[in-house]
Design a protein around this ligand. Structure first.
Ligand SMILES: Cc1cc2nc3c(=O)[nH]c(=O)nc-3n(C[C@H](O)[C@H](O)[C@H](O)COP(=O)(O)OP(=O)(O)OC[C@H]3O[C@@H](n4cnc5c(N)ncnc54)[C@H](O)[C@@H]3O)c2cc1C
Length: 648
């Protein structure tokens, strides 16, 4: 079970949390707003067009940026899966014009409710009003050619200072559009800090401003079934047919939004040519005009034109044709008719710019997909970091495609399976007799590799502290076993440092006393205690890259460790090192006695009944008798690299 933290309680984040919890992970979702899915409430004009029931081919046609990146995500959780997901959880679905899917209730809130109920059912811990200010990582050394990570996530920092530890972080903070819903682009900052490239962003699916002042006079007017063509220096940038809406500043509506979705960056400075009569050919339109003018010979053109275009537009069309609106039908010349026909077929606006993020449906651009594994949504740079939703450099047209992007990428990002976590973790076991320098070397190697050093001694000391607190004597085997079984020891890591917790209390600072050390030495031979500690150590090693030292790590605790080293030195050298250590502490020690103690300790460790000290068959023997600490460290790194690349 991995500790998964999802940042952002929008569409992608909630789906990722559900998916990760379904896979058996411990999931926490952090949302800075006071409620979940604030943007979902305003989608589809409050009705939430949550997906599109089109076929696969059409789906990918409507994805404008990086459709190929979405193949795996869509395959894993398609539009059909999305419809089934909501229907199976009690939200009936209807499909409208253009295959747009909505909740039958027409309430966007139903979509959020399904996801939030599902998170509750699966035990996701949702923390609202919880703003993430950064992602914490630890250095990580890859295990070979295919492993491109150079850091691994360790937790997220909240703006009020707290750190939430995590094995996997899913960033689903959305884009920059409608910042009032919470999408303020925080995830781009997190991604960049982690070394990711963020491509240029711009508002998309957004209205356009136009130079012509008459737009404000037409504001609110919808033109249905018109043809649109954006032209820049004789190049047609985009062509479409459908509905267009005049706004105070310019134009909006489905055809305009689609144009910005496809070619937003190039539209500024283009001319928008609106064909107000797209169903008629040039000849048909001319014939129609002749008919209208003959029939209304005494009427003014502005009145006659009211039969062909919305009357509010008549004067502006005539102006573009260069004809006075008061001209009568009978006065129209062939040339005037041609000008009018042209104005009706190419009613022109000059586009001066795009609307801002405040009104954009989505953000184009975002976290570059080249640095993300499309099969998992995981970063190729930082192990355990995943991305989902609109902050990715993927976007689609209107019609439910953007929410489907959120569902598909969120669902895939949450598929964090046990086997995956297991396959990912690297375990290095260091065993050897007392005084061989195991813990010094293990700590140094863990630091160099960015792995976690598991201080197994601290775990035994924690149990010992509990025994002492209970007043149990060192020779009371039965009481030690019983108390050992009931003691609740757990481990946490803060900034890569191991913290030991006894019944949730951080006792790391209380276990370094002589008294605790003596009790740990006496109680660590107890089978119940050793079994319990071994289970805890295995659980740590299952999901994390660890360096662990002891006497039975390679043989008993982690028999499947990828690298095993048996670190030893002659009794004489170990005795000399011990004597020096004592001297540094100002204690005089008799060399002969120290050597004798070491020999006796070796014998005891090698002959104890449970999990005795012995070299695992596949452990590399490293005799450090004639080596400095630096030489041993270098030798260890060489061994680890050789072993890991051999296992590729
Ligand atoms: C008006 C409007 C209508 C739309 N209608 C549709 C539609 O009908 N169909 C469709 O398919 N798409 C529609 N969209 C687009 C669609 O809503 C988005 O693409 C989609 O919601 C993106 O989901 P997301 O989860 O990636 O991001 P978001 O929905 O933006 O969610 C991100 C979440 O992360 C939280 N967050 C951000 N930073 C932090 C932080 N530092 N710490 C903690 N939490 C954080 C935010 O508060 C937010 O809740 C519409 C968009 C708009 C603006």
């Amino acid at each position: 079970m991995s500790r998964v933290v999802v940042i952002g309680g929008g569409a992608a984040g909630m789906m990722a949390a559900v998916s990760a919890a379904e896979c058996g992970n411990r999931v926490t979702l952090l949302e800075k707003n006071e409620k979940l899915g604030k943007k979902i409430y305003i989608t589809g004009k409050g009705r939430c067009n949550f997906t599109n029931a089109c076929d696969r081919e059409e789906f990918f046609d409507k994805i404008v940026t990086n459709p190929r990146f979405l193949y795996s995500a869509f395959h894993t959780f398609s539009n059909e899966d999305a419809i089934a997901f909501f229907e199976d959880r009690g939200m009936p679905v209807k499909v409208e014009r253009g295959n747009r899917a909505f909740p039958v209730s027409d309430h966007a809130s139903d979509v959020t409710k399904v996801l939030s109920d599902e998170m509750k059912r699966l035990g996701v811990m949702v923390r609202l009003r919880c703003e993430v200010s950064g992602i914490e990582t630890v250095p990580y050394r890859g295990t070979g050619k295919k492993d491109t990570w150079n850091a691994a996530v360790s937790g997220v920092r909240l703006s009020h200072g707290e750190t939430v530890p995590a094995d996997v972080i899913i960033v689903a903070t959305g884009g920059l559009s409608y910042p009032s819903t919470g999408s303020t682009g925080d995830g781009y900052r997190f991604a960049e800090k982690a070394g990711h490239t963020v491509t240029k962003r711009s508002p998309s699916l957004v209205s356009l401003s136009a130079q012509e002042p008459f737009c404000s006079e037409l504001a609110g007017l919808t033109l249905r079934n018109v043809g649109v063509r954006f032209v820049k220096q004789d190049e047609t940038l985009y062509e479409d047919f459908g509905e267009l809406l005049f706004t105070h500043k310019g134009v909006s509506g489905p055809v305009v939004l689609s144009a910005t979705g496809k070619v937003s960056g190039r539209l500024t400075g283009s001319r928008l040519l609106i064909n107000l009569k797209p169903a008629l050919s040039e000849e048909q339109l001319d014939a129609r005009l002749v008919r209208e003018f003959t029939g209304g010979a005494s009427k003014q053109l502005r009145t006659i034109l009211g039969a062909l275009v919305p009357s509010a537009m008549a004067d502006f069309v005539l102006k573009q044709a260069g004809i006075e609106p008061t001209v009568r039908g009978a006065e129209v010349t062939r040339q005037m008719r041609a000008s009018l026909s042209s104005a009706l077929r190419n009613f022109t606006l000059t586009i001066t710019g795009l609307g801002g993020y405040q009104e954009a449906v989505v953000t184009k651009g975002g976290v570059s997909v080249t640095e993300i594994n499309p099969k998992t949504m995981e970063s190729k740079l930082v192990r355990g970091l995943r991305f989902a939703g609109e902050l990715l450099d993927v976007d689609g047209l209107t019609g439910g495609f953007n929410l489907q992007i959120a569902w598909s990428t969120g669902y895939l990002a949450g598929r964090i399976k046990e086997q995956e976590a297991k396959a990912m973790s690297i375990n290095i076991a260091i065993d050897g007799p007392a005084g061989a320098g195991k813990s010094t070397i293990a700590k140094a190697v863990a630091k160099r590799l960015g792995y976690i050093y598991v201080d197994t001694g601290a775990m035994y000391r924690t149990i010992a502290l509990y025994l002492l607190r209970k007043g149990i004597k060192a020779d009371d085997t039965e009481a030690i076993g019983k108390a050992g079984r009931e003691a609740e020891v757990s481990i946490d890591y803060v900034n890569g440092e191991q913290q030991v917790l006894l019944f949730g209390e951080n006792v790391s600072g209380l276990i370094r006393t002589e008294e605790v050390g003596n009790m740990a030495s006496a109680s660590s031979v107890n089978k119940d205690i050793r079994d319990k500690m071994a289970d805890l150590q295995r659980e740590l090693a299952r999901t994390k890259n660890v360096v662990m030292d002891g006497r039975d790590i390679g043989t008993n605790v982690l028999p499947n460790a990828q690298v095993k080293v048996y670190l030893t030195a002659s009794v004489e050298v170990r005795a000399m090192r011990r004597v020096k250590e004592y001297e540094q502490k100002g204690i005089r020690a008799d060399y002969e006695q120290v050597a004798k103690d070491i020999e006796e300790r070796d014998y005891r460790d090698m002959h104890r009944e449970h999990a005795p000290l012995c070299r695992a068959a596949d452990a590399v023997l490293l005799d450090t008798s004639d080596m400095t600490i630096e030489e041993v460290e270098d030798a260890m790194i060489r061994i680890i690299e050789e072993k890991l690349s051999a296992k590729q």
